[in-house]
Write a protein that binds this ligand. Structure first.
Ligand code: SAH
Ligand code: SF4
Ligand code: F3S
Length: 464
């Protein structure tokens, strides 16, 4: 997982009053969305954004513990700040997110300079927790907490593409994964609250919303209500139908999907609802049934194939991305090769790959059949090469085609270009200058003729 600094330029609306803050975010979109809300809370408290991490009066690391290397990165960042705090006792140091939840009190023992350790369920309470810190306490907030609707406005990174949480937590028990223990039980937001947030974003000019959940297909399981036909009243399919017509929005996406719960009804709704984009992120984790069983994923490779077939029946050009783990405990060479074969067979547009990393409080970490570091490195290297080759083949289909691109902004590597994404989520670059004069702006929907294809991005020119 990569570390991203939330912002690089100061907020014009910030008025100051309490000093400056800096947030660095590690991990997944869930953490990024939490960081945006925490930044909003800090600004409403009178903090303004710092120009540089080492100048900030309050530093918040929103952490990830999905793999060991993600966790270790946090400790190296923290070491630097702890040193600063020894010469500047007014510095406020906060660790939020999944490492905070996992380590709790023991983080304070490891880094005594910390002021606040707060789990992800407490993100919306940052102001309350900081008030306790201001009274001179060292605070640890990791108890199970019902996530409250946030009344502050998130300080969002983009003004075009926004994230909206729909379900927090995860009730699955995949044997390798820390998420259920750090993110807690599933908590779905009410459809009305989700729609209200989306309407607010659309009114501000947002064009694309990604609905978020670790296991988004589980949306609504914890909400009451049964339809006259005996179905659950609240499902992701019903939610998509409910929010689809928010005026001003052009595109709706959702992630992450679990193959166990991905229904035909959902596929049909995606095909029928014009704003829902033809891109599906459905991690398969392994191409071998025995490994899937050991992972406790609750589906077979065949079931996965049927989902993809059905998607392609209804949306032939849909793009498919996934996550996969190699070198899971006991994974044989033959089992690993089934994963490679599946990548080739499905023809994924993008696959996030990882070598298995043993995590605290997960069953697989205690199994005796762990694979060596050499096997992990070698399998990861080989699978990455395959993923790139398959993605390149998939990209080839765009050559010469015209694709609708939603402009997100200037290409940071070439200010003459703008960048955006196709409906299928391929990053696309094209000249910023418009034929009749002026420039393409963030939020414009542009038909782009694709002239150059690469494994994970495209380039072209705007159609007249
Ligand atoms: N909820 C999603 C994924 C959440 S975590 C799902 O069920 O698919 C993101 C990805 O990290 C996972 O899909 C998995 O591929 C990877 N991952 C999780 N735990 C891991 C571990 N212990 N070692 C290596 N990769 C892991
Ligand atoms: Fe982890 Fe499995 Fe939940 Fe995904 S579904 S977050 S992999 S436990
Ligand atoms: Fe990492 Fe927590 Fe997300 S462990 S992947 S930040 S849910």
């Amino acid at each position: 997982m990569t570390a991203t600094s939330l912002r690089t330029s100061p907020s014009p609306s910030a008025t100051g009053g309490r000093g400056s803050y800096w947030i660095t975010t590690f991990g997944c979109q869930m953490n990024k969305a939490d960081s945006e809300r925490m930044a909003g809370i800090l600004e409403s408290m009178g903090y303004r954004e710092a120009q540089a991490e080492l100048e900030a009066d309050l530093v918040l690391y929103n952490t990830c513990t999905i793999r060991d290397n993600a966790e270790q990165k946090v400790y190296s960042y923290l070491g630097r700040q702890a040193q600063r705090k020894r010469v500047n006792p007014n510095l406020t140091l906060v660790v939020a997110g999944c490492v905070a939840q996992q380590e709790g009190e023991s983080l304070l023992r490891r880094v005594p300079e910390l002021d606040l350790v707060m789990g992800p369920q407490h993100a919306n309470r940052l102001d309350v927790l900081l008030a306790q810190v201001e009274q001179g306490q060292q605070v640890v907030a990791t108890e199970e907490h019902h996530i409250l609707e946030d009344i502050t406005t998130a300080r969002r990174d983009s003004s075009i593409c926004g994230w909206v949480n729909v379900i927090y937590g995860c009730n699955e028990r995949c044997t390798y994964c820390v998420v259920p223990s750090v993110r807690g039980k599933e908590q779905s937001r009410l459809p009305e609250a989700i729609k209200l947030e989306m309407e607010g974003l659309a009114a501000q000019g947002f064009k694309e919303i990604t609905l978020l959940g670790q296991n988004i297909d589980a949306y609504g399981r914890d909400l009451p209500g049964i339809t006259p036909e005996g179905r659950r009243q609240h499902t992701l399919t019903d939610l998509l139908q409910f929010v689809h017509d928010v005026e001003g929005l052009e595109r709706i996406r959702f992630a992450t999907s679990h193959p166990r719960y991905f229904t035909e009804r959902l596929i049909d709704a995606c095909a029928d609802l014009p704003k829902v984009c033809e891109h599906f992120h459905i991690p398969f984790q392994s191409g071998d049934d025995e490994v899937l069983k050991a992972m406790a994923r609750g589906y077979t490779v065949d079931r996965y194939r049927r989902i993809i077939d059905r998607i392609r029946e209804r949306m032939p050009d849909a793009s498919i991305s996934a996550d996969v783990i190699v070198a899971f405990p006991g994974e044989t060479d033959a089992q690993y090769h089934r994963t490679l074969d599946l990548i080739e067979e499905i023809g994924f547009d993008q696959v996030n790959t990882a070598a298995y990393s043993p995590r605290p409080n997960t069953p697989a970490a205690d199994w005796p059949n762990q694979l060596s570091e050499e096997v992990k490195v070698e399998r990861l290297r080989e699978i990455n090469a395959l993923v790139e080759r398959v993605a390149r083949q998939r990209s080839a289909r765009y050559a010469g085609r015209s694709e609708q691109v939603l402009v997100e902004g200037i290409n940071p590597k070439d200010p003459e270009q703008v960048m955006g994404r196709t409906r299928t989520n391929r990053l696309t670059f094209f000249p910023a200058a418009r034929a009749g004069g002026g420039q393409w702006q963030a939020g414009d929907l542009v038909e782009v003729r694709i002239e150059e294809v690469r494994a994970f991005s495209l380039s072209g020119t705007a159609q007249p």
